[in-house]
Design a protein around this ligand. Sequence first.
Ligand code: ASP
Length: 352
Amino acid sequence: MMGNTYIKSKASILLIYTGGTIGMIENHETGALESFNFQHLKDNMPELKKLGYAVSTYQFDPPVDSSDMGPDGWKKIVEIISANYHLYDGFVVLHGTDTMSYTASALSFMLENLGKPVILTGSQLPIGVLRTDGKENLITAIEIAAAQENGVPIVPEVCIFFESTLLMGNRTRKINADNFNAFRSYNYPALATAGVHIRYDVQQIYRPVLPKPLRVHYEMDRNIAILKIFPGMSSQVIESILTIPGLKGVVMETFGSGNAPRKEWFLKMLKEAVDRGIVIVNITQCVGGSVEMHRYDTGKQLLEAGVVSGYDSTTESAVTKLMYLFGQGMSTEEVKEHLSCSLIGEVTIPDK
Ligand code: ASP
């Protein structure tokens, strides 16, 4: 753990408001929460001015509920960060919690050689509500984005900060629709914990050995599907997914350490899809742990059908990694090669 951290007195932070509960307001007629002008956030948070940093803001117009986020929204965030990269010490992205883990995962691939903090946060209650969790999340996210040691950012990564914990973005998942403590990273330790002090676990933070210029990628291929296996699943369901025209990659969520039914028709369909050039990645439905296809016969059969391991990836990370790899124009074989290694800490590959 790191003891003292030094924050430049006038660190400059770009706050990008994409939408989400944090900046929402209640519609008095319908009672529903609707996105509101960013001014609403600033009016309700005079603390922003008191922070002592040079905080500039950029607002999505219109702000989007994160259910509507996807490759176009990710591209927009990447464009804003890229255009302002040299002007700011760090970036805070305010985002709805529902798909925040997808966005964090996508950004980690799209912002290659990132050397500055990109901290995503949001809230479960709007910032104008008395019991809001938004203020603390936002203020601490800004502090983390501004934190430097010897002039070097402490966390040059895409992360999610939520309710006292800083997590590697592409390892997270939203696990609770109500609790303030809404995100977890089951397969990777927290990067920092915010109590009285913000304590960074520097061993876990990814830092490039040789800093390289930021390289941004915009193309994300949408020809990806998720296939969640369940007991009693009919062949029509599997077939209808695997025969989607143009399909390139499938994230298959299996049981336990990567197991699926041993039915002949099922394995045949998977093998036929693999033979057509579709990449099928096996990840577990469990919240923690890794796929080990050699462990049980059921897993071995998937290997024989040509399914590849997604190890301990989250669904969010596996989906966006496939979108990114195919978006680079890679061949099936190249995509498979890249799936068997960690690009930016998104997966733990066991020693051979
Ligand atoms: N539906 C909202 C969103 O994801 C919920 C939130 O902001 O937490 O945009």
